[in-house]
Design a protein around this ligand. Structure first.
Ligand code: G3H
Ligand code: 13P
Ligand code: NA
Ligand code: ZN
Length: 304
C-alpha cells in the first residue's frame, strides 16, 4: 500500500533528512526513480502535476504506481498531486487513490489562500490524505501563473498553518521552477528556513529545487540541444535547508534533462537505432544514477 506524505515527512523530520519528491510522466521515469529508491533504500514521493495526470490519462499513472508498490513493498511510496489548483482536482486525485495532495492557492490573498486551503484540508483529512499548501511566490512560472518573487513571511506562515491545519508547507526562498533559475550567482534566503520552521513546527517543502547538473547540460548541448546558461540550485544550500527544517525537496527539471541528454547522445552516436528500448532503457538507467545521487545528498538513503 502507499504511504501518506505525513507519515514519510514526520519520519524525515525526526531523522533530519529530506525526501525527494520526483515528478513523473511515464513508465521509464517512474522505473528509473523507483530503482534508485530500491538501490539506496530510500522512502519516495512520486508526484504528478495536472499536466502529468492529463498525459497519463490518470489510469496509467495510478496503475504504474500500483506496480511499483507490488514490486517494492519494502519502500514507502507516496503518490502526491503537485500544484493542485482547486478542490475538484483534489477530489479526483483522492478518488483515484492519491495519498497526498498539494493545494497551491499562494497566488491569492492570504485570507483567500487560507480559505481555499482549509477547504481542501477538511476534505482530504476525512480520507487520511495529507495536504501540502504554499505561502509566498517562487520566481518564474508556477504551472501557468507568472509571478515575481515574494519570500515567505515567518509570522504569516505560523498563522497559516494554525488556521488551515496543513501537514506541511511549501515556502518561497528564491528558487523558481525550470532550468533557468539564476542569472549569475544563486541567491537563496536559506536563513529564513529555521525561523519558519521554529514558528510553524511543520515539515517544510522546497519547490524549484533541481540542481541542473552542468555535465548533463553539456551533454544535451553537445548532441544538438540548445539550452543556454541553464542554472539550478547547488546541493550545498539544499543540505543547509534540510538542516533548517526542509523535509520535502521537489525535483522535476533534472529528470527531464537526464532523459533528454541520454536520448540525444544515442540518437547522435547511433543513428541507425530505432527500437525505443534502446534509448529509453539507457535514459531510465541514467535517471536511476542521477536520482540515487540526490537520495544520498538529501540523506534519504538508508531510511526505507
Ligand atoms: O511545478 C511544475 C512541475 O515541474 C510540473 O510541470 O506542469 O509541466 O508537468 P508540468
Ligand atoms: P524544478 O523545476 O526545479 O525541478 O522544480 C520542480 C517542482 O517544484 C515541482 O513542483
Ligand atoms: Na506561490
Ligand atoms: Zn513546484
Amino acid at each position: 500500500p502507499l504511504a501518506t506524505l505525513k507519515q514519510v515527512l514526520d519520519e524525515a523530520k525526526k531523522g533530519k533528512y529530506a525526501v525527494g519528491a520526483y515528478n513523473i510522466n511515464n513508465m521509464e521515469q517512474l522505473q528509473g526513480i523507483v530503482n534508485a529508491a530500491a538501490q539506496t533504500k530510500s522512502p519516495l514521493i512520486i508526484q504528478a502535476s495536472r499536466g502529468a495526470i492529463k498525459y497519463t490519462e490518470m489510469n496509467y499513472l495510478v496503475h504504474l504506481i500500483k506496480a511499483a508498490t507490488e514490486l517494492h513493498p519494502e519502500i514507502p511510496i507516496v503518490l502526491h498531486l503537485d500544484h493542485g489548483d482547486n478542490l475538484e482536482t483534489v477530489k479526483k486525485c483522492v478518488e483515484a487513490g492519491f495519498t497526498s495532495v498539494m493545494i497551491d492557492a499562494s497566488h491569492h490573498s492570504f485570507e483567500e489562500n487560507v480559505r481555499i486551503t482549509k477547504e481542501v484540508v477538511d476534505y482530504a483529512h476525512q480520507f487520511g490524505v495529507s495536504v501540502e499548501a504554499e505561502l509566498g511566490t517562487l520566481g518564474g512560472v508556477e504551472e501557468d501563473i507568472t509571478g515575481t518573487v515574494k519570500l515567505t513571511d515567518p509570522d504569516q506562515a505560523k498563522l497559516f498553518v494554525e488556521q488551515t491545519g496543513v501537514d506541511c508547507l511549501a515556502v518561497a526562498i528564491g528558487t523558481s521552477h525550470g532550468a533557468y533559475k539564476f542569472k549569475a550567482e544563486p541567491v537563496l534566503a536559506t536563513d529564513l528556513i529555521p525561523t519558519i520552521y521554529e514558528k510553524t513546527q511543520k515539515p517544510l517543502v522546497m519547490h524549484g529545487s533541481s540542481s541542473v547538473p552542468q555535465d548533463i547540460l553539456a551533454q544535451i548541448n553537445k548532441f544538438g540541444g540548445q539550452m543556454p546558461a541553464a542554472q539550478g540550485v547547488p546541493i550545498a544550500p539544499l543540505q543547509k535547508a534540510i538542516e533548517g527544517g526542509v523535509a520535502k525537496i521537489n525535483v522535476d527539471t533534472d529528470s527531464r534533462m537526464c532523459m533528454t541528454g541520454t536520448i540525444r547522445q544515442i540518437f547522435h552516436e547511433q543513428p541507425t537505432k530505432f527500437d525505443p528500448r534502446e534509448y529509453l532503457g539507457p535514459a531510465r538507467e541514467a535517471t536511476t544514477k542521477m536520482i540515487a545521487e540526490r537520495m544520498q545528498a538529501f540523506k534519504t538513503a538508508g531510511h526505507a
